[in-house]
Design a protein around this ligand. Structure first.
Ligand SMILES: Cc1ncc(COP(=O)(O)O)c(C=O)c1O
Length: 361
């Protein structure tokens, strides 16, 4: 069977499974904020329509200024990109032909971007328990022979966070060997607390490169908004490799409004904490493993039948629930499912389907 390579493709699944799926399936495979996009964005669409007859400002100054201001950085430390995906490829391009490490299981695009720019890629692996610890001693040793390390924090697909202290150890060692540490913070806005991001470390570590995506929090995968935060030399170099006007006018114009909408962030975090607490308790009662996620998705595995994830996936599909398979996440090999945290009602539908699965055993 041919599995789709990313989440959010229920149609592709339907085709490859040849499965009778009703059209009103609930898509738990894409980890997009169910509260979004913020309502003001829809209202403002018309306002920005007239701007479409102009090219975007090629320097995206207003967007960069608002992002820099919110991170306490300078605008020349920010590069606006066509989604987090473009940020990943622009960063890989900086290290063309050099040596990289990717820590698995993680987002697939680091490896793809590295291959695209002919980097040599070594694999490292998180510990496969609830916490997904980084193999820090091994990675510190590898600094000597590695030009760039890709970390995802919070990590997709587990939702777990590498401790700040651990990243700091890598940055210190990396500094000695000219090793850059890339931290993908695509999901950082979902974390509780103010100091969740590592952007405060940029002033001390020139070898830190942070990338972000606005896609997930603001539920705008079709708009394409991401950015890189780094030392200004890196930003200049990455920008030199970017296609002109890569970010469209609409996306650039929406950035300041999104950055300022703190209320939407707070509303999302409140929803998420309530749902996560509920899901954790209920899944535990049903004896399902749930990764120690801090964000809007998690890994799930049946503790009682850990080798039957395939059957569980199909059981959920029959109940109208699309999960994200994990066959193409190195180290997971299909033995887990990744599920999004969705609305209270939808999470209850999922739990009901899991209860039925348990009752059938
Ligand atoms: C960890 C991570 N980084 C980056 C991206 C890319 O985000 P975007 O849709 O903004 O390109 C994704 C998308 O799934 C992701 O999961």
């Amino acid at each position: 069977m041919k599995w789709p390579s990313h989440g959010g493709q229920p149609e592709a699944l339907r085709e490859s499974l040849g499965f009778p799926m009703s059209s009103d399936v609930i898509d738990f495979s894409a980890n997009i904020n169910p509260l979004g996009p913020p309502t003001w964005m829809k209202k403002e669409l018309g306002k920005h329509f007239t701007e479409l007859i102009k090219y975007p400002d090629p320097t995206y100054f207003k967007a960069r200024k608002s992002l820099a201001f919110s991170e306490d950085l300078q605008p020349d430390q920010v590069l606006v990109t066509n989604g987090g995906a473009e940020a990943i490829f622009l960063i890989a391009k900086l290290f063309e032909g050099k040596q990289a490490i990717v820590v698995h299981p993680t987002f697939l695009e680091y490896e793809r971007a590295c291959f695209h720019y002919h980097l040599k890629v070594k694999d490292a692996f998180f510990s496969l328990d609830e916490e997904f610890d980084l193999p820090i001693d091994k990675m510190i040793m590898e600094c000597k022979t590695t030009d760039v390390m890709f970390l995802c924090r919070p990590n997709n697909p587990s939702g777990t966070i590498i401790k700040e202290e651990t990243v700091r150890r890598l940055l210190i060692e990396g500094k000695k060997h000219n090793t850059y540490i890339v931290v993908d913070e695509a999901f950082v806005d979902f974390l509780p607390g103010e100091e969740a991001s590592l952007s405060g470390l940029l002033s001390d570590y020139e070898n830190l490169i942070i990338l972000r995506s606005m896609t997930k929090m603001y539920a705008i995968p079709g708009l394409r908004v991401g950015y890189i935060l780094a030392d200004k030399k890196i930003i200049k170099q990455a920008g030199d490799g970017q296609i002109p006007w890569s970010v469209n006018t609409l996306a650039a114009n929406f950035i300041p409004g999104m950055v300022e909408d703190k209320l939407f962030l707070e509303k999302t975090k409140t929803w998420l904490q309530t749902e996560l607490t509920f899901l954790r308790e209920e899944l535990d009662k049903l004896n399902f493993y749930m990764s120690s996620t801090h964000v809007n998705f998690y890994l799930l595995r049946d503790r009682e039948f850990p080798m039957e994830t395939d059957l569980l996936f199909k059981h959920l599909l029959k109940a109208g629930i699309v999960a994200r398979h994990t066959f193409n996440f190195k180290g997971l090999d299909g033995h887990f499912l990744r599920l999004a945290v969705r609305s209270s009602h939808e999470n209850k539908v999922l739990l009901e389907a899991l209860k039925n699965w348990r009752a059938k055993q």
